[in-house]
Write a protein that binds this ligand. Structure first.
Ligand code: PMP
Length: 316
């Protein structure tokens, strides 16, 4: 997959980016060399009232939390992050897009003491069509496999941090899964051996019309789409639980699906050699609710949409 030609980057901090065309980070950047950046991926959806960022506040809070978990010292507060992200979304003039803010140590220091490196906020905006445009959503389902590569031990890496380096473990699992003929991998908790998440998404199962997703005691990222689905399930009157999920729960489930900001809600067709039923009533209901929520057609009382036009006029 090639990077989008029309990516658009804004820097707000000590580092101001290389010159055209892509204003990227130098190869020698400390964060590039050591994987020590933290980042977010936020969706912006078109709506009758203009482009809207979905769950912006939760993403920004997670970014700050990731930085704190890694001991990164930086000058950004929530307001500055919000203004820069909104300005980038607004200036990119993309209606449906993916907005990636990240805190990077952009200079080529050899040090890995994150409390002393200068961190800069960069925001890249990519065009990304939304599933809300596909009505009805058509998905044959992804083929999943349980990976031998487990999630990191909490004693080795804080699972709640969305940091660049941790994606090496996701990449190992994904690469091995694709090589073996699957679309994606499910990773287990390193200690309990229970299901944690997929490589870049969280996982849900449905049994007897009840939704279950691994609880946050396993080593997994607390996905914002995961929270969205749990909230929407409750709004729809679907029983939804967080708890321990065994591998055997996947291979006896009525439905399995993954959730993530970029991928949204993706159903599974199979888990290893277990073929899931083709009918997915709970997934279908939640997908429909999700599409209504991201476009503001319903659930606006949940306050999940921030207009890109809320950027401060000086920064637009
Ligand atoms: N787990 C991992 C490892 C991820 O990279 C992502 C994508 N950010 C998720 C789960 C899903 O999180 P979210 O719904 O917040 O995008």
């Amino acid at each position: 997959m090639k990077p989008p030609e029309s990516a658009f980057t804004v820097w707000d901090g000590p580092y101001q980016g290389e010159s055209a065309p892509r204003r990227g980070l130098p190869f020698g950047s400390s964060s590039v060399q050591h994987g020590t950046a933290v980042f977010e991926g936020i969706r912006c959806y078109s709506s009758p009232d203009g482009p809207m960022l979905f769950r912006l506040e939760e993403h920004l809070a997670r970014l700050l939390n990731s930085a704190q978990l890694l001991g990164i010292n930086h000058d950004y507060n929530l307001d500055r992050l919000r203004q820069t992200v909104l300005a980038a979304a607004s200036r990119s003039a993309q209606a449906d897009c993916y907005v990636r803010p990240g805190l990077f140590a952009a200079d080529p220091y050899l040090s890995i003491d994150l409390s002393r490196l200068p961190f800069t906020l960069g925001v890249e905006v990519w065009p990304m069509p939304s599933s809300a445009d596909r009505t009805p959503p058509v998905h044959s389902g992804v083929r999943l496999t349980v990976s031998p590569w487990r999630r990191p031990l909490p004693a080795s890496f804080p699972p709640r941090a969305k940091a660049v380096g941790t994606y090496v473990t996701s990449a190992l699992a994904k690469t091995a899964a694709v090589k073996a003929g699957f679309d994606d991998a499910i990773q287990l908790d390193p200690e309990s051996g229970r299901v944690a998440e997929a490589t870049v998404s969280n996982i849900f199962i449905v049994r007897n019309a009840t939704l279950l997703t691994p609880w946050l005691s396993e080593s997994l990222l607390a996905g914002i789409t995961r929270d969205t689905v749990l909230t929407l399930a409750r709004q729809l009157g679907i029983l939804a639980n967080e708890g321990p999920v065994e591998v055997g729960d996947l291979t006896t489930a009525d439905e399995v699906f993954c959730t993530g900001t970029a991928s949204e809600l993706v159903p599974a067709a199979s888990v290893d050699d277990y073929r899931l039923p083709a009918k997915r009533p709970v997934f279908d209901a939640l997908s429909e609710a999700f599409r209504s929520a991201v476009t503001g057609r319903e659930f606006s009382h949940l306050g999940w949409l921030t207009p890109a036009s809320a950027a401060s006029p000086a920064l637009k």
